[in-house]
Design a protein around this ligand. Structure first.
Ligand code: PBG
Length: 335
């Protein structure tokens, strides 16, 4: 029978032939997800032997430095290349100028030292932004309702410097102030910390998917009903993201991040195509919470969704993905 929908030489070209068996699917796979693609974001708190669950992120907890060191060892053993550190700061240390951010003895710097001591070959990425330390809950310094760009950048430079001096491998500015990459690169050069990488959150969108993260670092109540739309990108735009990436690379970034993840695959793809630089996706807290909650309800296969979505980031061109599922996925991939 003639198939009127057939093109070309069908059925001698049977697309399903390559998909028929597991070995063949593995043989023709265009991308392959491994533990080396996964970066684990972690939440650090002061104290000892302390683990606090985060209700909006089931399975994720804040950990004191001693526990975090064990997590780091486990992650390293699984082949995860790096951790990204985010602090939970006690309200008593939060101020309008967020000065705890550049206290060289703050919990982030102490965690960096402890992790690098225990795991010298594990990459440690620190977040450069004021929100965990800021009484206003914003990434920048607020005066009369305005987020001040240049005053914030000065604080960010000091923050990046103490993190680099503590021994982090990568500073990751997530604040979206203009000019901060160049300013941070300059101080790192001057301080003879030339080999510290800058992973720039270049395409960081003003997203509703960050909700659970703000619970995790305790910035949600300080932020209240305010938003971050004067510095984070409008989800309607992607040309604007390309300009951010171009500036950040020009100012000295070594790699860039697109954030959130799955709704922004087109942006990720464009960055990879247009710039050909290492680009990381951040599968953010809200994305994690959706998969996890649906999994807990028996509505979705959580780990299946995690592996699928992470593979999609690779297909779109990501060098790797920051994901709260990193450990579970790395374990699942080990089989
Ligand atoms: C801000 C910052 C945010 C995240 C990491 N750093 C977002 C925000 O509060 O605007 C979000 C990460 C996530 O949701 O998992 N410096």
């Amino acid at each position: 029978m003639v198939n009127k929908f057939a093109y070309g030489t069908f059925p001698s070209t049977r697309q399903r032939r390559n998909r028929m068996t597991d070995w063949s699917r593995r043989m023709v796979a265009e991308t392959r997800l491994t533990s080396h693609d996964l970066i684990l974001p972690v939440f650090v708190i002061d104290g000892k032997n302390e683990r606090t669950p985060i209700p909006s992120m089931p399975g994720v907890e804040r950990q004191s430095v001693d526990i975090l060191v064990e997590t780091a060892k486990h992650a390293e053993k699984l082949g995860i290349p790096a951790l990204a550190l985010f602090p939970y700061i006690d309200a008593s240390l939060k101020t309008k100028d967020a000065r705890e951010a550049y206290n060289p003895d703050n919990v982030v710097c102490r965690a960096v030292k402890a992790i690098k001591d225990a795991c010298p070959n594990l990459g440690v990425i620190t977040d450069v932004a004021l929100d965990p330390f800021n009484a206003d809950g914003q990434d920048g310094i607020v005066v009369d309702g305005q987020i001040l760009n240049d005053e914030t950048t000065e604080a960010l430079v000091r923050q990046a410097l103490v993190q680099a001096q503590a021994g982090c491998d990568v500073v990751a500015p997530s604040d979206m102030m203009d000019g901060r990459i160049g300013a941070i690169r300059k101080i790192l050069e001057e301080a003879n910390l030339k080999n510290v990488q800058i992973m720039a959150y270049s395409a960081k969108y003003a997203s509703a998917f960050y909700g659970p993260f703000r619970d995790a670092i305790g910035s949600a109540s300080a932020l209240g009903k305010a938003d971050k739309k004067t510095y984070q990108l409008d989800p309607a735009n992607s040309d604007e993201a390309m300009r951010e990436v171009a500036y950040d690379l020009d100012e000295g970034a070594d790699s860039v991040i697109v954030k959130p993840g799955l709704p922004y695959l087109d942006v990720l793809y464009r960055v990879k195509q247009e710039f050909g630089v290492p680009v990381f996706a951040y599968q953010v807290s809200g994305e994690y919470a959706m998969m996890r909650a649906a999994g807990q309800n028996g509505w979705l296969d959580y780990i299946g969704c995690a592996i699928e979505t992470l593979s999609c980031f690779k297909r779109a061109g990501a060098s790797g993905v920051l994901t709260y599922s990193a450990i579970e996925v790395a374990e699942a991939l080990e089989g």
